[in-house]
Design a protein around this ligand. Structure first.
Ligand SMILES: Nc1ncnc2c1ncn2[C@@H]1O[C@H](COP(=O)(O)OP(=O)(O)OP(=O)(O)O)[C@@H](O)[C@H]1O
Length: 686
């Protein structure tokens, strides 16, 4: 917003892609860094509320101790505040005081600042690649709509002939013929309407399915860190942007074309009846158009606020359901309910703000078109009195005018809805324009046989450009068949390191090499086909134990499932369950114990017959006997093992132990010596 104010017109999606903060949000120091990269000179100031008008506006204010807003203007006792949650409003200074923490950031362009436009726009065509037959359905909808509109055009004429010709002459035959003719026309019209609805239903469903499927395909291919920076409700609400787009593309576009055509035709007919009356209707329509145009930016902001607020509410609801055990345990349901209710209130208020604009518009329209009608009727009856119009013509004209205003109004509404779709497109662009994970790049499709050697050369990684480095120039290597344990204090980056090794996170610098080849050259897919991992946040999914071991493979190898379960020391326990391998587990994993769940996850890893196995606390929930059994069976496989662990027994089983702390990764050898030490104490004194 600040960059746009000074002439660097850049959209949120582009900024987000370039500077996505991690989940933790961005501290002031990060904002300063981002501002600097955009060419804005930052000046952080601490100031009391009364001095806000003295800031170089617009400026950034620290808000509610948890985020930042933009203050655009101060006028008297009020300030215009733009909240990134989509809300922009004038607040009383007393309200500002409730939220403002006293810290502000002034930003002015520096000498490197460039006025330019940087917008990545999602093209419509990018949404429906792979959907066939859309063109012909669209054509059918247009043809059928035109048929319907001819009927609508002809109907007022029936009224006019009936009143002007049949009524004065008391000509029952003419009236009967007219009724029969228009009756048949009505039946024809009903069939066209029926067909049109079916075509729209079929095309709309195909389009909706196609777009949703394209977006889902894209979503499932996004890099892991994309998901780590977003909330689940936000992702879901972005997905829901497919619905208005699909609706607009099927009904809207065809309807708009036909409405446009019909509005022009009726307008021409109206001019044929009376130019004076037609100009009055046209003026009313023009005023309506101007009002819609002026209120558009308010509508857009209100709708965006509503979507964002609903996303937050959904996230809270999903998290509460998933975490119900924790909330129950801490008697926090009431608190959680209150918190969710606050978010729901925000969402409802956002809806109200959006609907309020609609109410103003409806009232304005009723007044505008009501007055227009009064004037038209007044003049039209005057025309009849002067002999310029017949009574039938008044009725017919009013019917045509009604049609014109309805269709032209629809045209404007659809036009505005079309502009509003940019909001949905921008939200979808966050998914659709993001680059696929590197593993989907053609250069990563090589198929190479894995021997099991891995080397990390000077690897550095941070979760976002504004976060500190978690891994700094890490060097590491493991030979084929070797068993390496990595240990060290919590939060030092062991799990992150493992994810970098797995190719799930892309290091900012350095290289991950497999069997002497850079991972990209080795082939990500091929690498992942030949390795397996049990990570700390791995989950079971709703389905049977067998499904979970094979990860829902269509052609499951029952013998291999049992072998993997035996190697994971879980087979006997599964066989004692009433449904054995068909026993169902929930996505919230409730029917298995922690240790059982971990052994099923390990069976999932071993089912793939990996040549390298990565475990991040992958045996931490097992009892010593089970862990020893598991260790024994994995050792007999002779595969490379990289294990992150805190438990001494786990570390002791390794050939080599590495210790990771704030200074990096260093060897601790020999392992037997390590376990004889009390890890925490001895290392801190090293
Ligand atoms: N998605 C994320 N976004 C931002 N920071 C993260 C993210 N995940 C982890 N971190 C941070 O990165 C650092 C390293 O985390 P990591 O999970 O790799 O540590 P760890 O050594 O495996 O810890 P533990 O032994 O407790 O599992 C921590 O400071 C953590 O807070």
């Amino acid at each position: 917003m600040m960059a746009s104010f000074y002439g660097h017109d850049v959209d949120l999606a582009t900024m987000r892609r370039r500077f996505t903060p991690s989940f933790r949000g961005a501290p002031l120091s990060s904002l300063i860094k981002i501002a600097d990269q955009v060419g804005l000179l930052p000046r952080a100031v601490k100031l009391p509320l009364e001095e806000l008008p003295n800031l170089a506006l617009p400026a950034i204010l620290h808000w509610n101790m948890n985020h930042y807003v933009v203050i655009e203007r101060v006028s008297g006792d009020k300030a215009l505040i733009h909240d990134p949650a989509g809300r922009s409003e004038w607040l009383q200074m007393s309200e500002v005081s409730d939220h403002f923490t006293g810290v502000a950031l002034e930003l002015r362009p520096n000498e490197a600042f460039e006025k330019k436009t940087e917008r990545t726009v999602l093209r419509w065509s990018q949404l429906w690649t792979r959907i066939n037959g859309l063109g012909s359905s669209f054509l059918q909808v247009i043809v059928l709509s035109v048929v319907l509109q001819i009927y609508v055009l002809a109907l007022p004429y029936y009224l006019q002939i009936g009143i002007d010709n049949a009524l004065p002459a008391l000509d029952h035959d003419l009236l009967a013929v007219l009724a029969l003719g228009f009756g048949l026309f009505t039946a024809f019209n009903a069939s066209a309407s029926f067909l049109r609805s079916f075509v729209i239903l079929a095309a709309g469903s195909a389009l909706g399915f196609g777009i949703a499927s394209n977006i889902a395909r894209k979503l499932f291919r996004l890099p892991l860190d994309w998901f780590q920076k977003r909330e689940v409700g936000d992702i879901l609400s972005r997905f829901q942007s497919v619905t208005p787009i699909q609706k607009m593309l099927t009904e809207g576009v065809a309807g708009t074309l036909v409405d446009g055509l019909l509005a022009l035709t009726t307008l021409a007919i109206m001019f044929f009846y009376s130019a004076k009356l037609a100009i009055i209707a046209l003026t009313a329509f023009f005023l309506y158009f101007v009002v819609r145009l002026i209120s558009f930016s308010f509508e857009r902001r209100a709708q965006e606020g509503s979507i964002i607020a609903h996303g937050k509410e959904q996230t809270a609801l999903i998290e509460t359901i998933r975490g119900i055990q924790t909330f129950r345990l801490y008697n926090s349901e009431t608190m959680r309910h209150a918190m969710w209710q606050t978010l729901l209130t925000d969402a409802v208020n956002a809806n109200i703000r959006s609907s309020r604009i609609g109410i103003w518009q409806t009232t304005g329209n009723a007044l505008l078109f009501g007055l227009e009608n009064v004037v038209t009727i007044y003049l039209a009856i005057g025309f009849v009195m002067n002999g310029g119009f017949s009574v039938g013509m008044v009725f017919a004209y009013l019917a045509y005018k009604g049609q014109f205003l309805e269709k032209a109004g629809n045209l404007v509404d659809q036009g505005m809805a079309f502009l509003m779709l940019r909001l949905h497109l921008e939200r979808l662009a966050d998914i659709a324009l993001e680059e696929d994970d590197r593993s989907f790049a053609p250069s990563s499709m090589a198929v190479t046989e894995l021997k099991g050697r891995m080397e990390l050369k000077s690897v550095s990684y941070r979760y976002s450009p504004t976060d500190p480095l978690v891994l700094q120039e890490i060097d590491f290597s493991v030979e084929a068949g070797e068993h390496v344990a990595i240990t060290g204090p919590s939060g030092m980056g062991k799990s992150t390191l493992l994810k970098v090794m797995l190719g799930l996170l892309l290091p900012q610098s350095g290289e991950v090499a497999v069997d002497g080849l850079p991972l990209q050259q080795f082939g990500h897919k091929s690498f992942r086909d030949q390795i397996a991992a049990v990570l700390q946040d791995d989950n079971l999914f709703a389905g049977s134990i067998a499904d979970n071991i094979t990860l829902f493979a269509e052609q499951a190898d029952l013998e291999a499932i049992a072998d993997a379960a035996r190697a994971s020391a879980i087979h006997d326990e599964i066989m004692k369950m009433p449904m054995q391998y068909e026993t169902l587990v929930g996505d919230m994993g409730s029917s298995l114990s922690g240790g059982q769940k971990q052994r099923v996850l390990l069976a999932r890893a071993l089912y793939r017959k990996p040549k390298m196995l990565f475990l991040d606390e992958g045996t931490s929930h097992m009892d010593a006997a089970n862990e020893a059994r598991v260790n024994h069976s994995i050792r007999s496989l002779g595969i490379t093992r990289i294990v992150v662990a805190h438990r001494q027994e786990t570390i002791a089983a390794a050939d080599r132990v590495l210790y990771m702390d704030g200074e990096g990764l260093r060897p601790l050898a020999p392992p037997k010596e390590v376990i004889s030490l009390q890890l925490g104490e001895s290392l801190s004194t090293r």
